[in-house]
Design a protein around this ligand. Structure first.
Ligand code: ZN
Length: 292
């Protein structure tokens, strides 16, 4: 059975802003990578002035599909699935009330759709968001809410009996991308090299009281995949301004001071150490659990 990594994301672009280097690295190392996108990103605004042209907002779903296809190609993602829901929008917007909005979806039904994909792809490793969503958007929280039960339900023959042969993934992780610690290291590293950092004010106002730092169990070195990560994000042209502060610090500096993408291991059916550098630690080359 091939090694397979499955990442569940809320919108087109989330796969490129969280764990993109990881997807690119594992694809290069022969792992089958799978991305599930729960919604079409219909509520997205145009966040890149260069793309703010007449007609684009109306074509948003189509544009975002094209952008996603390009990003997946850059990261050499092996397979992509839409879960088939609509973007729920930020809280208190008109998108919230749409009957097909992901946030309004029947939870069991939505879990079932993910279970079907897990049983078809048989990933040993699942990536999702923590209970805060990592970002206060109802679709991100919903992504967490369906991934957790799906990890167990995929293996249970009594659940969703018509959704394929039961399969138990071995590990489940949360993305731990946006941490104060990481931003601080990059900020300090840039300044030490005489490079202006745009992150100073943001760091000063960043309080861990309302946004606790995640526990990081696993750090994947993606220093050789930074160009792919950058290009994948830029492929989402309506969502990302290539001149924005996200890209202010050169990749060479980031690769030197913080070459990792971080994760929190929350479920594991294989023995693992305190600090991992590989999402497949404890899993053999054939995808079977290593005996501890
Ligand atoms: Zn999102």
């Amino acid at each position: 059975m091939p090694r397979t990594l499955l990442a569940v994301h809320a919108h087109p672009d989330d796969e490129s802003s969280k764990g993109a280097g990881t997807l690119a690295r594992y694809a290069d190392e022969g792992v089958r990578t799978v991305v599930v996108t729960c919604t079409g990103g219909e509520a997205g605004e145009i966040l890149n002035p260069a793309m703010d042209q007449p007609g684009n907002l109306e074509r948003m779903p189509e544009l975002r599909r094209q952008e996603l296809a390009k990003a997946l190609e850059i990261m050499r993602v092996g397979a992509h699935y839409w879960l088939g829901y609509r973007d729920s929008g930020m809280p208190d917007t008109e998108f919230n009330v749409h009957p097909d909005a992901f946030a309004n979806a029947d939870l069991d039904e939505a879990v079932g759709r993910l279970v079907r994909i897990i049983r078809a792809e048989r990933p040993q490793v699942l990536l999702t968001y923590d209970e805060t969503g990592g970002y206060p958007h109802p679709d991100h929280i919903r992504t967490h809410e369906i991934s957790m039960p799906a990890f167990e339900a995929a293996a249970n023959p009594a659940r969703y009996p018509d959704a394929g042969a039961p399969f138990q993934p071995l590990k489940l992780y949360y993305h731990a991308t946006f941490t104060k610690r990481r931003l601080e290291v990059i900020h300090t590293g840039a300044i030490a090299r005489g490079i202006q950092s745009p992150f100073g004010e943001w760091l000063e106002s960043w309080s861990n009281d309302d946004w606790p730092e995640p526990v990081i169990t696993t750090q994947v070195d993606v220093s050789r995949w930074m160009a792919q990560r950058r290009d994948a994000l830029i492929a989402h042209a309506t969502q990302i301004d290539p001149n924005s502060f996200w890209f202010a610090i050169p990749d060479e500096v980031v690769a030197e001071v913080y070459p990792w993408e971080d994760y929190t291991l929350v479920r594991s059916l294989v023995p693992t150490g305190d600090h991992e550098t590989d999402l497949f630690a404890g899993i053999g080359p054939d995808g079977d659990p290593l005996v501890g």
